[in-house]
Write a protein that binds this ligand. Structure first.
Ligand code: FAD
Ligand code: MLT
Ligand code: ZN
Length: 481
């Protein structure tokens, strides 16, 4: 149910538009309803905002002037990057102003010795990877939305993705951020140092804050050397218990070159083959409940290939893997990744989708998918499970034709309670957004949530930044105890 508009926020008036045009020029202020449509609609088509104004600053200084004005007027603001978020965090609920970083897309510097990239928040992840790739480096994160998500959005959601297993989370690879807090103050934390123990590491608060503490305007990030030898294998596995054995063996045998360990179930595969054109089944003659995508990234082609081949032979001899293929060229590699990354796009094509992004002990993961399937038996849904198994991250998705309150009642709070009972997280990598703002208590203690509310009020005392998101309103509001 849509949360009511908080009447303490002001509404945009003609004087505000005049002010924004004075700062950004006419092209930086969007009021045309057709142009606003794309900014008001989230990627899944699940959340629809009602913003009547969107602002497109080109510099940190302009962001600062906009926020200072909005704070003084108590106008609510939604920071937006590539608008690929999956929890309704990047669109408004009511008439909040959208502040998009799309025009802040300058690469500031790249240090070829350390691999440190400094760039503005609106740079597209794939373009950054191309840029650092030309210097022999790679971005430390990769995800299906790379063609349109922005680095500021990645940092603000603490995006995980396909290679977290190898390069770790953005809490480790982001070296600095520049951010503008609610009253327009620019906080320069754009360090490029690997080691810096001077006081509290404030930048960490902005990694994963989902636009509730400030607008991230620039980022410095450590890029690893681009691996020259990449191998991908696609494996058919009979059951979930066996997947865990294969994972343990992969870590033992592939060691430092293991760079991704992803799983999908038969239902995910079928749904993707049905709804996406051009996706090829890598093992068309084998039907089994589970498939794995295992990737290695290293620097010695022959050595790495021998390692992955020996691993494949071993797990097949054990009887853990029923069939498997190693991609022989970049086309086959792209085809396997195209299938894995295509699942979310296929789910979107299939109609409406209820998405749950959970982390928990690997051993428990698939029982949740099975129990959800049992609970929903008889309803017009397809329950699919896939995810970043190597990170203990399950994507449980319930696909149906149209959003339906009755289906939702069968899923929530069951999924959250089930996860909380195993001390799991109800948001492993997508964030809380508007979808789960009232659910944080399933994973975080009352005391921790209360502290978060206090932190929110330090950075944004008027609550203008991304209201109704991440924290329950009662916690964000000034009156919270
Ligand atoms: P948006 O969607 O625009 O914004 C996301 C949130 O960040 C919002 O709350 C917004 O207010 C805030 N925000 C955006 N920019 C800023 C800024 N400059 N300053 C402050 N706040 C800001 N996520 C994963 O973790 N792993 C995956 O593997 C993954 N795969 C995906 C695959 C697909 C096909 C899609 C559509 C999404 C996927 N995601 C994944 C979701 C993920 O959150 C986003 O793709 C990405 O990190 C968001 O970046 P964005 O620029 O689109 O941000
Ligand atoms: C993924 O791993 O594919 C993404 O997080 C997107 C999704 O969950 O659909
Ligand atoms: Zn994911």
């Amino acid at each position: 149910m849509l949360k009511a508009r908080d009447p303490s926020y002001a509404r945009v008036e003609d004087n505000d538009i005049r002010f924004f045009r004075g700062v950004l020029g006419d092209t930086g202020v969007i009021t045309d309803s057709t142009a606003l449509q794309a900014l008001n609609q989230d990627w899944m088509g699940k959340y629809e905002g009602k913003s009547t104004v969107a602002l497109r600053p080109k510099s940190t200084e302009q962001v600062s002037k906009i926020l200072a004005h909005c704070n003084a007027r108590r106008l609510a603001v939604v920071p937006q990057g590539g608008n690929t978020g999956l929890v309704g965090g990047s669109v408004s609920l009511h008439d909040e102003i959208v502040l998009t970083t799309t025009n802040m897309n300058r690469i500031i510097s790249f240090d070829e010795v350390s691999g440190t990239l400094v760039c503005e928040a609106g740079c597209i992840l794939e373009e950054l990877d191309r840029h650092v790739g030309a210097h022999g480096f790679t971005m430390p994160l990769d995800l299906g939305a790379k063609g349109s998500c922005q680095i500021g959005g990645n940092v603000s959601t603490n995006a995980g993705g396909l290679r977290l297993l190898r390069y770790g989370s953005l809490h480790g690879t982001v070296l600095g951020v520049e951010t503008v807090v609610a009253d327009g103050t620019v906080v320069d934390m754009l360090q490029t140092l690997r080691k810096d123990n001077t006081g509290y590491d404030l930048k960490q608060l902005f990694i994963g804050a989902e636009g509730t503490l400030g607008v991230v305007t620039a980022v410095s990030i450590l890029c690893p050397p681009r691996p020259s030898a990449v191998h991908v294998t696609y494996l058919a596995v009979p059951d979930f218990a066996t997947i865990q054995k294969v994972f343990v063996r992969a870590r033992q045998k592939l060691g430092e070159i293991l760079s991704a360990f992803e799983f999908l179930d038969q239902q995910s595969l079928e749904l993707t083959l049905t709804h996406l054109e051009g996706i090829r089944n890598p093992l068309p003659d084998t039907q089994t409940p589970f498939y794995l995508v295992v990737e290695t990234s290293g620097s010695n082609e022959a050595h790495d290939y021998a390692k992955i081949e020996a691993f494949l032979e071993e797990v097949m001899e054990e009887g853990w893997v029923l069939d498997g293929t190693i991609a022989q060229d970049s086309t086959q590699t792209a085809a396997i990744w195209g299938l894995r990354e295509g699942i979310s796009v296929a789910l979107k094509h299939a109609g409406a989708v209820y998405k749950y992004d959970l982390s928990m002990p690997v051993a428990d993961m698939y029982s949740l998918v099975e129990e959800t399937r049992e609970r929903l038996a008889g309803l017009p849904v397809e329950v699919v499970g896939y995810g970043h198994l190597g990170d203990g991250n399950l994507h449980l998705n319930i696909s149906t034709k149209k959003y339906d309150e009755n289906i939702l009642r069968h899923i929530e709070p069951f999924v959250y309670e089930w996860t909380a009972a195993r001390r799991g997280s109800i948001s492993a990598e997508h964030g809380l957004g508007q979808m789960k703002a009232d659910c944080i208590g399933y994973t975080k203690s009352h005391e921790a949530v209360k502290l978060m509310g206090q932190i929110k009020r330090v950075f944004d005392p008027n609550g203008i930044l991304n209201p109704y998101k991440v924290l329950p309103q009662s916690v964000s509001a000034d009156s919270a105890d």
